[in-house]
Ligand binder design. Structure first.
Ligand code: FES
Length: 194
């Protein structure tokens, strides 16, 4: 027969163990959520001044060749559309200094489950999310590979009177449904960054 002291010691140990497991579960859940939604919206919601085109070219000279300029504060890629199209097709850039309507800002939060979309890959000049493989062309339009049901979301881009490029993160412009593309690059539709 167990005495009262043994019972209460067991019960105490069970509670400590239960609390430990609960704490670990909470930490795991928190870590998972932080991974899936790394930059959910903090810092967004307003107009973010990126700099003049010259400043952008100083920071990312390859912006003139069509490579995206990463804007950390806006969690976005600023894309020079005419140059990006040329880059994806292996042609020389037609447009080192784009007008506002020739730029797009792609939100790096993957429209599938929110992982951060990594930099453009060199092999096929596409974006591919590392979490589940959703693949987007250089303009952020969803291609065949991966579970996302739409292209990358966007923010409006404007240029102020003094030439400063601004990304307006106050409104999220939803990406177009999968299969809606305005541009095709020379690679198979189901090709990822491999
Ligand atoms: S979160 Fe990007 S493909 Fe799932």
């Amino acid at each position: 027969m167990l005495d009262q002291r043994t019972l209460s010691r067991r019960s105490f140990m069970r509670r400590v163990l239960g609390a430990g497991v609960g704490l670990m579960s909470l930490e795991f859940l928190g870590g998972t959520l932080a991974f899936l939604w790394p930059n959910i919206s903090e810092g967004l919601g307003g107009r973010l001044r990126v700099g003049t085109i010259d400043a952008i070219l100083d920071a990312t000279p390859r912006f003139a060749e069509g490579y995206p300029h990463g804007v950390v504060a806006a969690r976005s890629f600023l894309v020079n559309v005419p140059a990006a199209r040329a880059l994806a097709n292996g042609a020389p850039s037609p447009n080192p200094a784009p007008a506002p309507d020739e730029m797009i800002a792609l939100w790096r939060k993957c429209p599938h489950l929110g992982c951060m979309v990594p930099d453009l890959c060199e092999s096929v000049k596409r974006f591919q999310c590392r979490c589940h493989g959703s693949t987007y062309n250089i303009l952020g339009e969803k291609l065949e590979k991966g579970p996302a049901e739409r292209g990358m979301d966007r923010f409006a881009v404007l240029i102020e009177d003094d030439g400063t490029v601004v990304i307006d993160t106050s409104e999220i412009l939803r990406g177009a449904p999968e299969g809606t593309v305005t541009f095709t690059d020379p690679h198979p539709a189901d090709a990822g960054c491999g």
